[in-house]
Design a protein around this ligand. Structure first.
Ligand code: NAP
Length: 282
């Protein structure tokens, strides 16, 4: 039976540590401000934005909410971002993705000052990560590294396989595992013999975006399995990219969905907001 990797518990631990730092800074007159921008009323986005605001409240970060109508133009959104870039009371800017189709996501990501890029999506942040320099790291993969470390799962020297090569999960995940001295393989939709590739993994990170695709036939006995996926199944219950019932008896440790990677993403957003204050001083 695999050990359950409890993302809720680790996320709380991180938020509690940050809460102390934030409270300490408050006594010195520093208050962290996060601007959260949502364009339109996508229900899933509203849930994510709500959870981010709740986490801010818990940690003691001031969140400023901008709920813009669906028909907001790209120019209007860019003007708001520019105003927030100049605002010394705002340390982090987050635009909840996806944005409506008439707005170019890439232009919006590039418009956010790299010093306030708490999502870690700006090309400057991505570039810094790839050459091993300090900067914001995409929250989900950064959270996975914390989950592994805080559960005493060694990465150095391990065979790590990441399924998925998206800019927000797969690619930064691979870079972070490499930074931790893992031996990293990135698999994607054109990978041949996916099962054999996955079966090499001591640590298998699944960010494939397909409900319950990865069953025990992809997993080596004793592997650590991290499930990034979030979906609703036929009964409207949350499930991941991993077939939990099939994999759990084979793995040595596994993240559940919900309660695994999901809470870590928000904890690392809070971490990045605290980092942003340091960057604003530079
Ligand atoms: P994405 O952009 O859709 O990327 C999926 C990746 O999987 C792509 O690289 C794709 O390959 C690869 N892929 C698709 N089908 C495949 C197959 N049959 N065999 C091998 N590789 C295949 O997804 P994402 O944004 O990275 O997200 C992945 C999952 O994580 C989703 O379920 C998403 O909802 C979830 N997610 C969760 C959190 C969280 O906080 N827990 C955060 C972000 C995302 P190609 O590049 O060749 O197309």
């Amino acid at each position: 039976m695999a050990r359950l990797i409890d993302g809720k518990a680790v996320s709380k631990q991180i938020k509690d540590e940050l809460k102390e730092t934030v409270a300490d800074w408050k006594t010195k007159g520093i208050e962290i401000g996060l601007a959260v921008i949502q364009v339109g009323k996508d229900p899933a986005s509203s849930v994510y934005v709500g959870n981010k605001k709740k986490a801010c409240e818990y940690v003691g970060i001031r969140s400023e909410s901008y709920e813009l109508p669906e028909e907001t133009t790209q120019e209007e959104l860019l003007q708001l971002i520019e105003r927030l870039n100049q605002d010394d009371g705002i340390h982090g800017i987050l635009v909840q993705l996806p944005v409506p189709a008439h707005i170019d996501e890439d232009t919006i990501i590039r418009a956010i000052s790299p010093k306030k890029d708490v999502d870690g999506f700006h090309p400057q942040s991505v570039g810094a990560l790839s050459i091993g320099q300090p900067g914001f790291v995409s929250c989900t993969p950064a959270g996975i590294i914390q989950l592994l470390k805080r559960n005493d799962i060694e990465i150095e020297g391990k065979e790590c396989v990441v399924i998925g090569r998206s800019n927000i999960v797969g690619k930064p995940m691979a870079l972070l595992l490499l930074r931790e001295n893992g031996t990293v393989t990135v698999a994607h939709s054109k990978t041949r013999n996916l099962r054999e590739v996955c079966k090499r993994a001591d640590i298998l990170v699944v960010a494939v975006g397909r409900p319950r695709m990865i069953d025990a036939s992809y997993v080596k006995e004793g592997a650590v399995v991290i499930d990034v996926g979030i979906h609703r199944n036929e009964n409207n219950k949350l499930c991941g990219d991993v077939d939990f019932e099939s994999v759990e008896p084979v793995a040595s440790a596994i993240t559940p969905v919900p309660g695994g990677v999901g809470p870590m993403t928000i904890a690392m957003l809070m971490y990045n907001c605290v980092e942003a204050v340091e960057l604003s001083k530079a």
